[in-house]
Unconditional design. Sequence first.
Length: 129
Amino acid sequence: MARPTVGLTPEVVDGLLARLDDGDASREVLKPLVKHYLGELARRAPGRSVEVRVPPYAAVQCIEGSTHTRGTPPAVVEMDAATWIALARGQVAWAEAAADRARVRASGQRSDLSPHLPLDVPEAADPDA
């Protein structure tokens, strides 16, 4: 499983998103964005009960739940890069994307990513902090 890219500066992300918005869907734009947003998902929703796959770029395990040690995790979500980036940015809602089996294939418990999306918004402040 590919490791997500963590730590892209906001300027680098903004530059890549600008290129994507201008129609550049090349591998050099998609790959770092996919890895960046998968890394952000794993950071915000740590765990190993769901595997989110965005072939051919990367996959992460995330979301608390049953422990996964070998083979396929209890829940798997797979989609193309354009769909993942649109979800992460809030340009498409989870329900809309997940309803289209050509865009998103999701199975198993906890495969609903809607509580964790979009990723382009600041995290909610911890009320206990």
